[in-house]
Design a protein around this ligand. Structure first.
Ligand code: BV8
Length: 238
């Protein structure tokens, strides 16, 4: 393994599993209890806004009950100690990467701890419940506030910036994602297409995209990621 200067780490729900945050497609996952069409699409919000607000209120309330674990702290350490750039591109909407010490983070599917006004489009840090009665702190409208989350059928955030990061990186690591949801699931193929970067999958089990990765490490992120970070930082000293 060479020493890397430009690392992109894509994360999914599996990196937060050991913190006690439900994943989506594992047994007992969120999509076993709720249909995507009922809680995570613009149509669902138009049809039954209170049900969707409730789905996110429950998950937002869970944020104060969970803590970052070794995998989040390992990525915070990598960003701090590597001589080079480390960008975390996360599909997760929790704030565990921030609380694990990462600062260079792109939340491509939005953030649970934020709401957005559909009238004035302002985005607010938000940790309490949000309902149709909650009025916008800026323009006073209600109903107006929605979760600042990218639903199915909506364009993920910062795709241009992500695409250039994928093109420039010399190491792409995917952690805790099943590789089911696009465009994130297509990132490894994009990295492979320009052929420069090494690619590593760290996941409990082989993902849908496993065949695209040059290297795979299957097991718990809380164990495998600190080991990988130690290796990457040791390489730096050579
Ligand atoms: C878009 C916010 C276009 C909500 C989310 C047919 C074919 C291909 C694509 C499509 C299609 N039909 C529709 C599409 C597009 C669609 C899509 O990909 N659908 C899939 C389901 C087929 N994508 C979209 O709609 C995207 N937008 O395409 O826009 C567009 C173009 C122009 C103009 C406008 C629009 C938007 C996608 C974003 C949707 N929002 N989240 C919320 O969170 O409430 S996606 C949702 O899934 C979450 O964000 C989650 O992060 C994401 C991916 O899931 P994972 O993170 O991978 O989680 P999962 O449970 O699946 O897997 C966990 C993994 O961890 C497992 O592999 C497990 O083994 C592992 N694990 C568990 N424990 C551990 C572990 N690993 C390590 N250690 C452990 N301890």
């Amino acid at each position: 393994m060479a020493s890397y200067k430009n690392i992109v780490v894509l994360t999914g729900a599996g990196i937060s599993a050991e913190s006690g945050v439900s994943t989506f497609r594992d047994s007992g996952g969120l999509w076993e209890k709720h249909r995507i069409e009922d809680v995570a699409t613009p149509d669902a919000f138009r049809r039954d806004p209170e049900r969707v607000q409730n789905f996110y209120n429950l998950r937002r309330a869970q944020l104060s009950a969970v803590e970052p674990h070794a995998a989040h702290f390992a990525l915070g350490r990598l960003e701090k100690e590597l001589e080079g750039r480390v960008t975390v591109v996360t599909q997760n909407v929790d704030n565990l990467h921030e609380r694990g010490g990462s600062t260079n983070i792109i939340h491509m599917h939005g953030e649970l701890a934020k709401v957005r006004c559909q009238t004035c489009h302002q985005v607010f840090e938000w940790l309490e419940d949000c309902t149709q009665e909650t009025s916008c702190p800026a323009c006073g409208q209600s109903p107006a506030l929605r979760p600042h989350i990218v639903w199915f059928g909506e364009m993920p955030f910062e795709m241009d910036r992500i695409e250039s990061l994928l093109y420039e990186c010399d190491l792409f690591v995917s952690v805790g994602t099943s590789g089911n949801v696009y465009p994130a699931a297509g990132f490894v193929a994009a990295v492979r297409s320009h052929g420069m970067a090494h690619t590593i999958e760290v996941n409990l089990e082989p993902s849908e995209g496993v065949s695209y990765f040059a290297e795979t490490r299957h097991g718990k992120a809380g164990e495998l990621l600190p080991e990988l970070v130690e290796e990457l930082l040791t390489l730096r000293k050579k």
